[in-house]
Design a protein around this ligand. Structure first.
Ligand SMILES: [Zn+2]
Length: 295
């Protein structure tokens, strides 16, 4: 796993990503990994999720408690092995962990989610303590039950309370119209959203966004490698909707399910696309716009 992380970091650096990550090489699955490291969960066995894909759906069978740091070692290892000043560390959010688990202990899903929010908060504070500067909370389930969003958003705010680092919130393959009303309510610095897979439709939902946008320009569900010109065009279009200084450029979602050579080629195309935009901005005298690339 250490070797795999080092390889991923080198590849991110080699193609020119500004903010790399460890590629979540150590994580089998984004909820399982956390459930295995929080006391109170139990695994009965695999559950079919889609097609022939299975996942070991965790069950909450006892009061949950934080035993020890979950991803702090991951972060420290990655930091030791990259020269980049910032690396992104991801953590699955409380609502998604609750939504993808069986609840056999708490009175309600809401109560379970808030318990998990406290645990996530402890972990985020530990990450801050050891020097992490950029964390991303992954909440792919957030908009899947519209009637629960009101309290789910409050649970995320509890999870990030008192955490003084850049916090991105990643929500993908979702109805962003449901997320939009909460843009100003969620106490996060950045929204990392997927736009390539939806053909860059729905961009109007980020119009006037007063926070950073992690703009997804790479479709992770398509093996065809994007053309850099296509990426550049999408970025220039996004600049008509959000303050260009708030823009970060990233793939739609994790690249982990793609063959390694394709994932790398896609990241390279993304960085090349950003370079085209930087040249264009420079022609317009807008050299102060950083357009950070990240994974
Ligand atoms: Zn995603």
């Amino acid at each position: 796993m250490d070797d795999a992380v080092i390889t991923v970091l080198r590849e991110h650096e080699e193609v020119g990503i500004d903010i790399p990550s460890d590629g979540e090489m150590r994580r089998d699955e984004m909820v399982e990994y956390f459930a295995e490291r929080i006391r109170g969960f139990k695994f009965y066995g695999p559950v079919r999720v889609w097609g022939n894909h299975f996942f070991r759906k965790p069950a909450v069978v006892n009061k949950l408690s934080y035993i020890e740091p979950i991803v702090v070692d991951e972060y420290l290892f990655a930091r030791r092995h990259t020269l980049r000043p910032i690396i992104k560390v991801t953590i699955t959010g409380p609502y998604t962990i609750a939504d993808w688990s069986f609840n056999e202990y708490y009175e309600s899903k809401e109560e379970l989610t808030f318990e998990l929010a406290g645990i996530v908060n402890t972990e985020l504070r530990k990450l801050e303590e050891v020097g992490a500067t950029y964390v991303q909370v992954d909440e792919p389930a957030l908009t899947t039950h519209a009637s629960e969003m009101e309290w789910a958003v409050q649970a995320i705010n509890k999870a990030v309370e008192g955490v003084n680092v850049k916090v991105g919130l990643h929500v993908c393959y979702s109805n962003y119209m449901l997320l939009k009303p909460y843009f100003d309510i969620l106490n996060v610095t950045q929204y990392a959203l997927e736009f390539a897979n939806r053909g860059f439709r729905d961009l109007e939902i980020v119009k006037g966004l007063s926070k950073e946008l992690g703009f997804g320009v790479i479709d992770v569900h398509n093996k065809a490698v994007e053309e850099p010109e296509h990426v550049a065009k999408a970025i220039l279009k996004a600049m008509e909707y959000v303050n260009p200084e708030y823009l970060y450029i990233n793939p739609d979602c994790g690249l982990k399910l793609l063959p390694r050579d394709i994932a790398k080629a896609k990241l390279r195309a993304m960085v090349e696309g950003v370079k085209i935009v930087r040249r264009e901005l420079s022609k317009r005298g807008l050299t102060q716009i950083p357009l950070h690339t990240k994974v």
